[in-house]
Design a protein around this ligand. Sequence first.
Ligand code: G
Ligand code: G
Ligand code: MN
Ligand code: NA
Length: 250
Amino acid sequence: RQLEAELAEAVANNQFVLHYQPLHDAATSELTGFEALVRWNHPRLGLLAPSEFIHLSEETGVIDGLGEWIMRQACADAAQWPLPVKVAVNLSPAQFKQQGLALQVAAALAASNLLPSRLELEITESVLLAHNEHTIRTLYNLRDLGVGIAMDDFGTGYSSLSYLRSFPFNRIKIDRSFVSLMCESSESRAIVKAVADLGSTLGMTTTAEGVETEDQYRLVKENGCTDVQGWLFGRPMPASDLPAFFEAPR
Ligand code: G
Ligand code: G
Ligand code: MN
Ligand code: NA
């Protein structure tokens, strides 16, 4: 497979780029951070989305080097942003299989001189599916660095609630599928409210993902979400676009 061979060389060939999507405080709509979203700038195929290569990178082990590059680049970029703006970085379940993930994150923080409190790691329920001791220990090692840990795409997995018990997350990110139906579905509104209440009770912030309209924004606020992300506030954009964004927030 040609793509597989090219992927194996892509980190060394400097072909990955990070785009950043803004995160905002729900109540004030103030900019609070950016989520890093990786793209592969493929020489023939152009800019490829993660769905076109993350799975292959996990199967082939490329994710180890790629994940390390993403962590270092995201921390280095964020260190240039005005204070308290944070960066959120997605971690693949495969990255938890490697030894020393926490050491890798610590090294990226040290190299960039980024305060740990300005980094948040996003994991999906699938990380906890195996639910083994190594995964849980790694999560605690990461937390001990002082970084935030968010449960991503909440509500799309199998037994979400038991995962909230396995580890004290700082944040729950409510999947876009619930947010996108809020205007027409009272069930979706009730689910978002229940998750926001649960987060509040457990001492976790709650981000509504995929907010595309003012009506959705109003509803997620009314139902208790503390933070928002979505096209209403901004699409993922290259790091070079961010300075203009700092000057002209929403
Ligand atoms: O950027 P896009 O909107 O296509 O993101 C799609 C999905 O790809 C995200 O929801 C996320 O799960 C995954 N993804 C994006 N960037 C990264 C990354 O840097 N690391 C990992 N592991 N997954 C990512
Ligand atoms: O990590 P995660 O799986 O949450 O990645 C977020 C994904 O959701 C990215 O692929 C991003 O491009 C996408 N996304 C972010 N905001 C919106 C939105 O408002 N609408 C839609 N349709 N997709 C969004
Ligand atoms: Mn995410
Ligand atoms: Na998500």
